[in-house]
Ligand binder design. Structure first.
Ligand code: ADP
Ligand code: MG
Length: 398
């Protein structure tokens, strides 16, 4: 029997206490405080962000914690409990593309971007990280890390007090793009810093306008299945999907696929001629945008079956039209559906990472076990599981 491996959210005061102690041992003395920022899961709306469309993520109860002490000498000393032996020390002024590189870029990058507001030598910090968002699972541990650091610096540095959470999210996006070299569009950072407890956020990726959408299904839960699969073709495939959308825009004479939203989909596709692959890519984007808005409507009506149906339709579209799924994701989705989920889909960019399933409360263990057994029978790495509850945004915890 293969038992599912569960990742549980941490308890704030417990983590904070342990982190303050570890800070003393690792960096000396006591931090000014402890901050936490959540990872996220996207309910629906995949590969729509860079097409100016909609997505519907929510913040997890799983968060990344940082103990931070401000320094005013422009120096950084950073360490993570998830990257032992990879502590980094340097000056904010020397931070740049891939410098320091690795995990430290997410922390140092935020300090460097926010440091532009303060003066290069005036902002520094000692930082110890403890992440409770699974790393590299498509649940945005990277944004949880950068956003927790951004909020800490905001709260500790008077010159940053005027920045609102949208500005902090934008700073985190720049840090990830320019220093960590990660292609990230802004959804993750918006959710981590601006989520509303017990709500998903409808994000209009044209202007990053956020609309809280109440989670109205107390009898159901979102089960996250981290497949542990990472297929290395992901980067090139992401770029080629973006390029296909850009080609379609130039044929259609629009700046973004959002501009044809509301038009008859078949009629728009006909204008793309016989470029079959581009037609499939665009069909995914256009139908996915409609599914996001339909899912928001279904939540308002408390129609769990319809929410599940839309999730499964999203998966089929990502698998068949956008072609970004993989065997492990398809297997997780099919098994969850067969074991009692109302619907399931891959979430995140694809080619690995996590799938999500809408499961009647009380049946999580049954669905999780079914998935774990199928993975074991195929000789795949054991999936990790967690239940995703729409949770609060980043905040100071001590
Ligand atoms: P995801 O954001 O989906 O988890 P990414 O590849 O975007 O996946 O981000 C994962 C990376 O973020 C890690 O490889 C590491 O560099 C960094 N990271 C996230 N959380 C931590 C942490 N707690 N400690 C150290 N590095 C972290
Ligand atoms: Mg990330």
């Amino acid at each position: 029997m293969s038992q599912p491996i569960w990742s549980l959210p941490a308890e704030d005061t417990q983590v904070a206490r342990a982190l303050v102690e570890a800070f003393g041992a690792e960096l000396g003395g006591v931090p000014d405080g402890v901050w936490a920022a959540p990872g996220r899961v996207n309910l629906i709306g995949e590969h729509t962000d860079y097409n100016g469309g909609w997505c519907l993520p929510f913040a997890l109860a799983h968060r990344t914690y940082v103990a931070v002490r401000r320094r005013d000498d422009g120096r950084l000393r950073i360490a993570s409990r998830q990257a032992s032996g990879q502590a980094w020390e340097g000056s904010v002024a020397e931070v740049g593309p891939q410098q320091p590189g690795g995990w430290g870029s997410y922390v140092a990058g935020v300090a460097a971007v926010l440091g532009e507001q303060v003066g290069p030598d005036a902002l520094g910090a000692d930082v110890l990280v403890d992440g409770h968002v699974p790393l590299g699972a498509g649940l945005s541990s990277s944004a949880a890390l950068s956003c927790s650091v951004a909020l800490a610096l905001h709260d500790l540095v008077p010159e940053l007090a005027g920045l609102d959470r949208a500005a902090l999210a934008a700073a985190c996006v720049r840090a990830e793009n320019e220093v960590a070299g990660a292609a990230t569009g802004g959804m993750d950072q918006s959710v981590s810093l601006r989520a509303v407890d017990e709500h998903a956020l409808l994000i209009d990726c044209r202007d990053f306008r956020l609309t809280p959408v109440a989670w109205t299904l107390p009898e159901h839960e979102i089960l996250v299945i981290d497949t542990r699969a990472h297929h290395s073709l992901a980067d090139g495939q992401y770029a080629s999907r973006r390029a296909a959308c850009e080609r379609a825009c130039s044929v259609l004479g629009v700046a973004s696929l959002r501009e044809v939203d509301g038009e008859d989909v078949d009629e728009v596709l006909a204008r793309l001629g016989d470029a079959a692959e581009t037609v499939r890519r665009v069909r995914h984007v256009l139908t996915e945008n409609t599914r996001v808005l339909d899912l928001v409507a279904a939540l308002a009506e408390r129609e769990a079956d319809e929410v599940g149906r839309l999730m499964s339709a999203s998966h089929a579209s990502l698998r068949d039209d956008y072609e970004v799924s993989c065997h492990e994701l398809d297997l997780a989705v099919e098994t969850a559906e067969a074991a009692g989920a109302l619907g399931a889909r891959m979430t995140g960019g694809g080619f690995g990472g996590s799938a999500i399933a809408l499961v009647p409360r009380g049946r999580e263990e049954e669905v999780a076990t079914a998935v774990a057994e199928v993975f074991a029978a195929e000789g795949l790495e054991a999936p990790h599981l967690l239940t995703a509850t729409p949770s609060a945004p980043a905040r100071r915890v001590s």
